[in-house]
Design a protein around this ligand. Structure first.
Ligand SMILES: C[S@@+](CC[C@H](N)C(=O)[O-])C[C@H]1O[C@@H](n2cnc3c(N)ncnc32)[C@H](O)[C@@H]1O
Length: 332
């Protein structure tokens, strides 16, 4: 396991958001319960959460990355409250059910890629380091970016780079990749960077020309957006009444999914098409948005990676999940 460091983003804000419960006599903090960290990384958020919880509490931590799991396992040896699960958060519900857990007090998500993943050249996530073009978070399965680029056609490559990177030169980059691979497959980060630089000449201020392409390929190869959309309803199902979901996103595609999902569980998207409704037919929201928080200037100065972060907080209401689903489709 690499010992690269990860600086947790919006740390105090996310732990407070997970633990505060508003009661009639003001704010109270939970100091006991069952919590889940869906994206352990190097445990910045988990460790701070554990510091605020008593010895009867439990913390289930997930990560797809074997290095993150090694780090989490070391923590679990020192702290019996920690339970480590090497899997995607998309499998959270079944993994917890198999451990006899069907309700939790809070779920923490700190989405995307960690600093150790970016800094370790062997992982191939960064255009700054020479390494194999891998980019899989879970190195025990799946297809590397290099392998995918060997077979995908121009249109598939263009679509990924455009949709997930919002790259206006997506067509040129896709054509260049396909033309270069006829001579030699693109196997390293440096080869991909050279390929992008040969067709992207205009640079956005402060951004490397390959930033968007690398982001797009990473999101695609790890199925990041699909997994987030798929998993979201199970997070809501798992939360106890007044349990909290706290999610940090780093780009607008992720944040849009979190925002839309929270809104759909507050008021389903087909609500207006069903009007008028009688009082008894009115849906009882099963989730309540508690807003969003951005990092302050001080945090951005200390940790540049935090500049694009947004934290969204939502609270489960006491309304039953099944009633809500009977008449509405929050997945749409
Ligand atoms: C931003 S880092 C989390 C950092 C962590 N909060 C900390 O303070 O150290 C995101 C982590 O989530 C993991 N990850 C991303 N998508 C995942 C998924 N669908 N399921 C489980 N882990 C995931 C990545 O492998 C990475 O380790």
């Amino acid at each position: 396991m690499s010992d690269f460091k990860h600086n947790p983003v919006l740390l105090r804000e996310s732990i407070e958001a997970l633990l505060i419960r508003n009661s009639c006599d003001g704010k109270q903090y939970l100091n006991s319960g069952i919590f889940v960290d869906g994206t352990y990384g190097r445990g910045g958020h988990s460790i701070e959460l554990l510091n605020n919880l008593d010895e009867r509490s439990k913390l289930f931590v997930f990560d797809k990355d074997p290095d993150a799991i090694t780090a989490a396992s070391l923590l679990s040896l020192r702290d019996p409250r920690v339970h480590v699960i090497h899997n995607s958060f998309v499998r959270m519900e079944e993994e917890l059910l198999s451990r006899n857990i069907n309700k939790v007090d809070g779920i923490m998500l700190d989405l995307g890629v960690s600093s150790p993943q970016l800094d370790d050249s062997a992982r191939g996530f960064s255009f700054l380091h020479e390494g194999p073009l891998d980019m899989r978070m879970d190195t025990t399965k799946g297809v590397t970016v290099a392998k995918w680029l060997e077979k995908a056609d121009i249109e598939e490559i263009r679509k990924v780079i455009f949709d997930y990177g919002d790259e206006r030169f997506a067509t040129k980059i896709a054509r260049e990749i396909v033309s270069r691979r006829k001579i030699r497959p693109i196997r390293t980060t440096t080869e991909l960077v050279k390929c992008v630089l040969s067709v992207v000449h205009k640079t956005e201020t402060g951004k490397h020309p390959a930033t968007r392409t690398f982001q797009a390929l990473r999101i695609h190869i790890n199925n990041e957006l699909e997994e987030l959309s798929l998993a979201f309803p199970s997070f809501i199902k798992l939360l106890k009444p007044y349990g909290r979901l706290v999610a940090i996103s780093f780009h607008s595609l992720e944040d849009r999914i979190v925002k839309r999902m929270i809104r759909n569980f507050e008021l389903p998207s087909d609500f207006y098409s069903k009007l008028p409704l009688t009082e008894s037919e009115l849906p009882k929201p099963i989730l309540r948005s508690l807003g969003r928080i951005f990092p302050g200037d001080h945090e951005i100065l200390e940790n540049k990676r935090s500049r694009s972060a947004v934290l969204r907080i939502a609270e489960r209401t006491a309304a039953p999940f099944s009633d809500f689903l009977k008449s509405y489709n929050p997945y749409s």
